[in-house]
Ligand binder design. Structure first.
Ligand code: FAD
Length: 319
């Protein structure tokens, strides 16, 4: 079976859940091979958990300054791995960084790029969401090795224990003048909340939340469900919640098991970032709000009445 390269998303100690999803997707096309970019020793630390999720080999692209640069080390590592193996495809997560890596890699390899993949089969046919979520199409790459950016949440992570050998990739020295150096990192999600793109439940607030204080109601419901907090662009632009939590075309793409929209109208740019969620619950006081047309469950009502009731109900069930 040919190798299918998977770029590992990690914090140096733990593998991000989205990578396990990629390994499950990769297994449909061949033998998943993990590419770990990091400081020396990272691949060895992560190897066991990668092997438990089906990675048959781990390519270690390590250097002391790998974590200091934005996407260049990952692009260099994947290019090297492609040139040194007869890989059938490259999979990365369709996060902000992942999209950047995928685009640059495809350009370097003169290869076809498919983004926002939500399904794929053994022959390399990919189902992808295009034009801001207006269409779902099936595509395949006809030129070069397919570079595929997969939406987080589109695949279920699977335990599939195998033996994983480790192989070193000799990363070329990074030319600082030609690479973006990281000068500050975004803050980790508040408290114990899961990351937005990782969470199985996301509770988002919109302009209807009517202020930064109003987001307390959103956070309380998210915490009662063990979920992450998101926000519409209108809420972010109004300063109710930080930009890093924005969901939508110009924010994060999420695909949780449950997405709860509180006071969000359902503009196409917001739907582009959440419409592949497994189940959608919307609370809106306007019965004509477009989001109610998409939602699996719609509640016409005041979010400041409905959300706290849900929070109390969840707390009562836990007790
Ligand atoms: P509104 O459209 O103002 O809706 C607020 C809703 O809250 C209304 O439906 C109202 O009925 C309801 N409401 C009010 N009070 C209550 C209450 N007490 N209880 C219950 N319901 C209540 N938007 C994004 O979200 N993400 C993006 O990434 C994004 N990217 C964009 C990119 C471009 C190029 C452009 C042009 C726009 C983008 N937008 C994006 C903006 C998008 O078009 C909408 O303006 C935005 O999504 C609206 O946010 P909203 O639903 O919170 O606000």
């Amino acid at each position: 079976m040919p190798e299918v390269l998977v770029l590992v998303d990690h914090d140096g100690e733990h593998v991000n859940k989205a990578t396990y999803e990629l390994l499950a997707a990769a297994r449909r096309m061949g033998d998943p091979a993990a590419v770990v970019v990091g400081t020396p020793g990272t691949a060895t630390r992560l190897r066991e958990s990668l092997a438990r999720h089906g990675a048959t080999s781990v390519h270690a692209a390590e250097s002391t300054d790998a974590a200091e640069f934005l996407v260049t080390p990952a692009v260099d590592a994947l290019e090297l791995a492609v040139r040194e193996t007869a890989a059938a495809a490259v999979l990365v997560s369709a996060t902000t960084d992942g999209r950047e890596v995928a685009g640059r890699l495809a350009a370097r390899l003169d290869a076809g790029l498919l983004v926002d993949a939500v399904d794929l089969d053994s022959s390399g046919v990919v189902t992808q969401i295009v034009f801001g979520g207006s269409y779902t199409v099936r595509s395949h790459v006809t030129h070069g090795i397919p570079v595929i950016a997969v939406r987080p949440g589109a695949f279920e992570p699977e335990e599939h224990p195998v033996e994983a050998g480790e192989r070193k990739l000799a990363l070329p020295p990074i030319a600082p003048a030609a690479s973006a150096r990281i000068t500050a990192r975004r803050a980790a999600p508040a408290g114990d909340r899961p990351g937005l793109t990782e969470a199985t439940v996301v509770v988002s607030g919109g302009r209807g939340v009517a202020g930064a204080d109003g987001f307390k109601v959103v956070e309380e419901l998210a915490d009662a469900l063990g979920g992450a907090v998101g926000a519409s662009r209108a809420a972010v632009d109004a300063g109710y919640y930080p930009h890093q939590y924005q969901v939508g075309q110009t924010g994060k793409t999420v695909s949780p098991q449950l997405y709860i929209a509180l006071g969000i109208s359902g503009a196409i740019q917001h739907l582009a970032g959440m419409q592949t969620s497994r189940t959608i619950l919307a609370v809106n006081k306007d019965p004509e709000a477009p989001i109610l047309g998409l939602a699996d469950y719609g509640v016409v009502g005041d979010l400041f009445s409905v959300a706290p009731q849900l929070t109390r109900e969840m707390a009562a069930r836990r007790a």
